[in-house]
Design a protein around this ligand. Sequence first.
Ligand code: FUC
Length: 815
Amino acid sequence: MIKNNSASKKKYVFTFLLAALLFTLMSLQLPEREAPGLKLWYQTPADASVPDSKNAWKDDKEWLKALPLGNGSLGAMVFGDVNKERIQLSEESMWSGSKADNDNPEAFAAVAKIRQLLFEGKYKQATKLTNKTQICKGKGSGHGNGAHVPFGSFQTLGDLWIDFNHKAAYKEYYRELDIEEAVVRVRYQQDGVHYKREIFTSYPDQVMMIRLTADKPGKLSFKCTLNRPERFQTEALKDQLVMFGSLDNGKGGEGLQYMCRLSARTVNGSVTYNNSEMMVENADEVILYLTASTDYVLDYPDYKGRDYKTITENNLKNAQQKSWNQLLENHINDYQKYYKRVGFNISRGIEDNISTDERVEAFQKKKADDPILTELIFQYGRYLLISSSRPGTLPANLQGLWANKTQTPWNGDYHTDVNVQMNYWPAEVTNLSEMHLPLFDLMESFIEPATKTAQVQYHNSGWVIHPITNVWGYTSPGEAASWGMHTGGSAWISSHIGTHYAFTGDTAFLKRMYPVLQGATAFYMDWLVENPKTGALVSGPAVSPENTFKAPDGSRCQISMGPAHDQEVIWQLFTDFIQASEVLDIHTDFVEEVIQAKDKLAGPQIASDGRLMEWAEEFEETEPGHRHISHLFALHPGSQINLRETPELAQAAKKSLDYRISHGGGHTGWSAAWLISQYARLGDAEQAKHSLDVVLAKSTSPNLFGQHPPFQMDANFGTTAGIAEMLLQSYSGNIIILPSLPSEWEQGGVYGLKARGGFTVDMTWEKGALLELKVTSLYGNTCKIVYKDKMVESYIKRGEVNIYNGDLERISSGI
Ligand code: FUC
């Protein structure tokens, strides 16, 4: 029964007023939700007439001016050239190669001997024996040039050319990639006619859409062709141009089959298809539809069976049933569902009046702080992740989704000794958890071959991978021990399971992935051995990716027992496995054994010069500025070492970092990007900012693609993650607010960042100090917020929002 007396009326009025007040407070004081429209924009086209270099390792300058689009599986690089447009195409599964057996049955017999030599300090002999016995059989990755061996290479789908054959001078040229809508637009004036192009790749409709318009009737005439550097045929159907072919399986035969379909609809004018061309004449407006697919399926051992012909046909026909506006609206709604979750504003409305290429160039010359560039590079990493990794697709690889050659550097594969992990560092914290899912599908797909590798190579249970994998279930070591004898990638990649769970609280996901965690753990339980001198459990033979040390006899070696990296990633794996077992209420003898083994693991150590040790002994590194900083995994992305709980180790990590940098470290894009996060974890805002500046100054292309060099996408993802890490950190149960805010970002706001424990965090700051903070709990959890030397702890109910002032005093709370 509803009470209707005056006391309850008063209570009702009071509650209403309170709610209204709260609402006003919330709406008045929320962080600014919008940065001014973020775009990459240019006043000149990328020159489509310059041919790509045949050299896999040489970047193509014009391609690095083209603008990327992607729906997770179909990618495009739009040149925006006037006379002849080039839209370079990618499809996520365009991989040469095929499944192969590279496991080495000779390996097991030598492992015990290698360990003995290493414990005796005979590094030279051990490294030699490892090289002889522990590497893969066969051709491995083809030394990173594997397009024609079974490992294969991720490669271009080809090119769509739109030839206007109209060489007259043009003016008022403009092109942009609007990263708030994921649309490329081009416009110019030629012979008194204003032309426009709009292009997007739709996830919901699985089609690439191009609309060409002119402001005078009948002015659109052009010829379209589809081609690629090799292995293609084109055919004209009644209303389609089709390109198809099969790729090299790396064993002298045909591998993957692919197909790409193009069709046009015009307003007035005509369209005709002949053998290798599509001709459009005298149209007022033209819409082009392009679909592509392959017969690849991420399913060991066959990896085949997708009905690519029907899929491409249906996607094309379905899109043709819809209007341009409908397709565009579907696309923008779908894209913005993810993109709009996070906003970052430090430019406070400064007008963006410098084109992006000039902006990058100006920064590279003057290095004057550029807040617009910082916002752009941050959101661009999110844009690229949404564009290259969607639920149900393959994960983003070294090229993201974009490749213009048939041999890409390092085969465009999945390197597991930092690179593929870095691709996913921004996924959780920048509120793109769904985009993380393809990584877990890949992991599940390689468990079967990786289980075989563990048995054949080492007679171990569980599963193991080495520093490279691909879409064909490659899990064997590499072809040289110096980099290829690395099992640590198995533990490192597994840490993403715990991370995804920590942010989302998705128990069903944890249940699904528990066997994968358990399998990785089982491998190391068999793999670890006692160091006869200390009794601690150590991993090996192992490299510290991909570094070399001087052994006591002066020789250059890579192989040792218990390098810090392996110990740290295994510690993380065991920690995650134990926690997952608790969450899922699994209490087996095996879990008990892992708890005990974790206690016996050799841990991080400090050298006599105060640096964190990379190897179990104080070796001198042959390259003190080495790009990898693998022994600092425990600082970031791990958290075994942190400022609050292990301040001495954190100081040692800082010394190691400073030393690396003073010797030229951080010289590749991904390496500099990693330093942003490392310094952010150390609370060193100025060094974190400096590392960000290094990425922008040395490793950023005109289209903002990261550079190793050559182009490698991990630098983009690592940079976005690094910026987030400067604004918000969450580990060991704490949410740390503005841990590394540089002086240049004096005022600003961010909304939508995520923290472990299932929280969304919005905040504003002024004069370098927190102004207001809003924490929303997604599933109800205790929240320990740390800002400078202040800390508040409270339980926030599911869906509840707490707002705090700069002193961490709660000023409002409500659902
Ligand atoms: C790792 C790095 C290289 C490169 C390659 C793809 O092996 O050491 O620098 O990024 O991956």
